[in-house]
Structures are given as C-alpha cells and as structure tokens.
Design a protein around this ligand. Structure first.
Ligand code: SF4
Ligand code: SF4
Length: 543
C-alpha cells in the first residue's frame, strides 16, 4: 500500500480495505472501522490517484476523503487490536465435554488423536462409572442400536462425573463477569445460533465455530448458557437429565437465568430424550452431512455400517418434539462431499430450520482435507445459497443458510473483531476432569486455563490472548478481511501448522471470497429490505 505524505502527515498509512461491486454500484469496506460505504467520486478518485501517483502527489482534498472513509491511519489510532490489556473473562457460555466416547467413527473426526474420542464400553468408564451413575453406552444398548464401540482415535474414555459437572456449573454461575469490549465478549457460543459447533471468526466465516449469540456481550452476565458436548453427549443422557434440573435450581438461587443446548450426532435420540429436550427448552444442533450416500460415507459406525438411518429417525423425533428453538443441522464438508446445494435441500426437506457448513478440520495432506478444487465447488454452492437467502428475505421467509446469517450479523454490527471467536473470552470448555480450556476443540491442547477447583489462571489466559493479538497485528494486520477472520481458528492452525497462533493462511483466499460474498449479500438485502437485519438479528439476540 502506498503512503500518503501530504496532508495526512509523513508516513500515514492507507489502511486495509476492499472495494467491490453489488447492484451496479461500487462499495468500499474499511477493515479498521468495519465501515461499509457506497463509494463516492472523491474516494474513488483518491484511490485511483494513489494507485497511479508517486507518494506525495495526492492532493490534500483526497486525503480528507480517505480519512472520511476510514482509510487513513492516524497517529494515536487505537482500535481493539491495539489494546495491550486483554478483555476480561466474561463467561457466558460453558461447553461441557461430558464424555470423550463416541459411538461413531467419522472419517474426518478432529478428535482422531491420542487423547481424542475413544471407544465407549471398554470398561474404563471414569468417575461416573465408578460412582455407578450412567455408564456410557447404556442408552444405545437400551435402544437396541449398534453397540457403541466405534473408535475415532484412541486413548482411554474419559467421563465427566456429576460432581465435576456441578463444580463447572457453580463456576459459571458464580463467575463475576466484568464488562469488556463487546466485540470480544459474547462471541463464540457453540450451539447458540445454528451450526453451533461451527461456529464466527473464520468460524462464521469459514463456517466453523459460529460466534453465536453476540447479544449479551455488553451488560452483565445474568444470562448464561451451557452446551452439552462430547464425544457424543447423549451417551451420558442420564447425567444430562440430572444436571438440567439441578442447574436451573442453582441458577434461580443466584438470581440468574441459564439455558442449554446440545450438539449431538443424533443416533441415540429416542422418544424419551426428544421429549426431555422439548420439555426443557434445550436447543439442538445435529451433525448430519446430507443425503444417505454422503452421510454414510463420512459418518459410519466402527463396523462400517452407515449411521444415516438412525440419524434420520432421530431427526424425525426432534421434529415431532419442536420446542420453539430452531433445529439446526451442522454439516461437515469432507473430501468428496461438497455438493452444498444438494445437501442443503435434503436437510431442509428433513425439517431443519438452519443449516450450517464447515470444512473438516484436517491436517495438511489428510485424506479428509478439501482440495482446492473442492473449496471452489463449495464457494459456488455458497453463492447459490446466498441468492436463495436474498430471495427468502424478499419473500418474507426465514432464511436457513446459517453461515450467511452469521456473516451478515458481523457486518451489521460493524465492530472491528480483534479475536477470531469467543474462546477464552466469553466462552470456556470444561473437560471431563473439570479442567478449563479456551474451547471444546482445544481441550488437551496447549495450557489449561485452570480447573473448577482452582479457578482460572489469568496468567495463562493472558498468554493465550496475547498470542492471538500478536498474530493479528503481524501476519494479518494488512488484511482487509481481518475483522471477519482475525487469523482464523486456533484449532485449525494447530492441526495444520502445529501452532495455535499461526495464521490460517491455507484458508485466506477462501475466507476472503466468503466474506466478499457476505458483503455483496449484505448490500443486496439492505437495498431491498433495510429492516430485515435489525429484525432478524434482534430476534436472535445478535443485533
Ligand atoms: S491474512 Fe488470512 S488468516 Fe489473516 S485475517 Fe486475513 S484471511 Fe485471515
Ligand atoms: S478456536 Fe474453538 S471456538 Fe474458536 S473458531 Fe476454533 S473451534 Fe471455534
């Protein structure tokens, strides 16, 4: 980028931005401020003068146009990314890893590592089994379904005890959240909007872990939420049943409101469980990859038998027991499974209210990782779904493409986003032993943040956020998509590059294309139906 010398002061810098066309006009997105403008002649002339002129040749009036558009660095600029103090922990969402066991053996499982998902029912039930509570696998066995035993990785199964779960919920309810930068605070909450585990940041962006409810970012954390996660959390349904009533009582005693969500593979859903989820207002995000031929290839049992039939049965039980919350499908796009439109239509046909996509988290060269060609096919599919999204808005239907809803929310809020997600800020995960990590996927990776007994180590948390800040201010500082991506998912960087704080450069091009699609869609919607985003995001608590 060229420097502007006259008027703005020597060395003033042109800040990252992106111009694009939509609806026959040219628009400009200014990354540092999150501002989005229809480009006027002044700014257009200034940018083209800058592109062709030597430094110092830009007339002063252009400088003021550039400054007006938020494109000029000024001395003393201090955006959120420049702050040296990290946002306080303002815990709103706790993700509970009830078990590391899973009854499926998905081809792309990110837990496929030594400490990851493990075979249930091999006699090492951990504290809960010892306490005679709910042995993992009992639900499946009772249903006469395929006996758990699928191996997605290895290691010894680990199970959360009722005692650890109580400790975690007590911590959530008694944590004295301090106010913080709103953009940082209420971000990533798996399960809260749609894809749940799929999460904002490149999350929203790359369709990974969605910055769910950004809503309660500001103000107090009187409202908190718990996400049941695994492994497969329904292997621990008896624990969930005990926990929900008790947590509600604990919340009432402390004058707080608590809500629940679950991310499940859906194979263990029974009429009883679906009824329980309905009665208790628990929102559900179900992992399903599309029609039978796609789903069964990616998400088999350990025996190799496909799980589609069981998931479809579970889905219809959920649809019969709707509880007022949208039922969300979370699709993982793995090698050979990138027909976005076909998958979307199929899942809408099954009754899902929201469908979110995320590429498989996979190491470079892994057979699950999408090829460049497949990423291009996914983007083509997303463009098609974006057109459908605009049609839905025009015709007053609630759009179901949840990746797009998340991107639009981010653009509409307009706040610069200094971190890729809420990991370690508004959200923490607790592993089965009661140890805190920044998010569910980071359990066992990097330094633990503390435990339910000992509390949070602010020093470890600060080190984590400092790593994120350094990344954004170095490798990603000049990127126009940094508000959307902020360097990308820590877990993905770890898998690909062995470093939590490496920028997700392997996804840069894709992330930028996706964000550009979001900007273009935003303009189309705002031009046609300017009230839509306020209404929709307000209803979802993310405006
Ligand atoms: S440079 Fe790449 S990783 Fe960094 S913010 Fe931009 S798109 Fe994301
Ligand atoms: S680090 Fe965790 S919460 Fe953040 S985007 Fe990645 S998986 Fe989601």
């Amino acid at each position: 980028m060229g420097n502007i010398v006259r008027g703005a002061g020597a060395g003033a810098k042109l800040l990252p931005h992106r111009s694009f066309t939509a609806e026959g006009d040219t628009y400009l997105y200014a990354a540092e401020t999150g501002g989005l403008f229809r480009m006027d002649d002044g700014v257009r002339d200034a940018l083209s003068a800058l592109a062709s002129a030597a430094a110092g040749a830009v007339p002063a009036e252009f400088v003021s146009d550039l400054r007006r558009a938020g494109l000029l660095d000024t001395a003393g600029r201090r955006g959120p990314a420049d702050r040296t103090a990290h946002p306080p922990l303002r815990l709103r969402t706790l993700v509970l890893l009830l078990t590391t066991s899973c009854n499926l053996a998905c081809r792309y499982c990110y837990e496929d590592r030594e400490e990851g998902c493990s075979r249930p029912g091999d006699g090492q039930g951990g504290p809960s089994a010892a306490a005679g509570m709910d042995a993992p696998g009992s639900v499946a066995a009772a249903d006469g379904q395929e006996r758990p035993g699928a191996v997605a990785g290895g290691g010894t199964p680990r199970e959360m005890s009722l005692e650890s779960l109580r400790g975690a919920i007590t911590f959530l309810l008694e944590h004295d959240g301090q106010g913080g930068p709103s953009a940082a605070a209420g971000m990533d909450a798996p399960g809260s909007i749609a894809a749940a585990d799929g999460q904002g940041g490149p999350s929203a962006a790359a369709g990974m872990d969605a910055p769910g409810s950004v809503a309660a970012a500001a103000g107090t954390n009187r409202k908190v939420s718990v996400t049941f996660f695994g492994g497969e959390p329904l292997l621990r349904f008896p624990l969930i049943r005990s926990a929900v009533g008790e947590a509600r009582r604990m919340a009432r005693e402390r004058g707080k409101e608590i809500s629940f969500s679950i991310t499940t593979n859906g194979t263990l859903l029974t009429r009883e469980i679906a009824g329980f989820l309905k009665e208790n207002g628990i929102s559900v995000c179900l992992s399903i990859d599309g029609p039978r031929e796609i789903h069964d290839r990616n998400r088999p049992y350990a025996s190799g038998r496909g799980s589609y039939g069981d998931v479809a049965r579970g889905t219809s039980l959920l649809m019969e027991n709707r509880n007022g919350f949208p039922v969300a499908a979370r699709v993982t796009l793995g090698r050979g499974a990138v027909d976005v439109r076909k998958t979307f239509d199929h899942l809408r046909g099954l009754g899902f209210d929201e469908v979110g996509f995320a590429p498989a988290s996979a190491a470079e060269g892994s057979p699950a990782a999408l090829t460049e060609e497949e990423l291009r096919a996914v983007m083509d599919g997303f463009r098609d779904l974006a057109d459908g999204y605009v049609d839905d808005v025009r015709e007053r239907r609630v759009p179901a493409f949840s990746n797009m809803s998340q991107i639009l929310a981010l653009i509409h809020r307009g706040d610069p986003m200094p971190y890729p997600c809420g990991a370690g800020i508004g959200m923490l995960a607790v592993d089965p032993s009661g140890t805190f990590y920044p998010c569910h996927r980071l359990c066992g990776i990097g330094d633990a943040f503390g435990g339910t007994e000992t509390g949070i180590s602010e020093a470890v948390r600060a080190r984590f956020l400092e790593g994120a800040r350094r990344r954004r201010e170095s490798a990603c500082d000049a990127c126009w998509a940094k508000n959307f991506c902020s360097g990308g998912c820590y877990h993905d960087a770890y898998l690909r590059q062995g470093d939590l704080f490496a920028p997700s450069v392997h996804y840069c091009r894709w992330i930028k294309e996706l964000f550009l699609l979001g900007l273009q869609t935003y303009v189309r919607i705002q031009n046609e139906t300017p009230t839509f985003l306020d209404v929709m995001l307000g209803e979802r608590g993310i405006a």
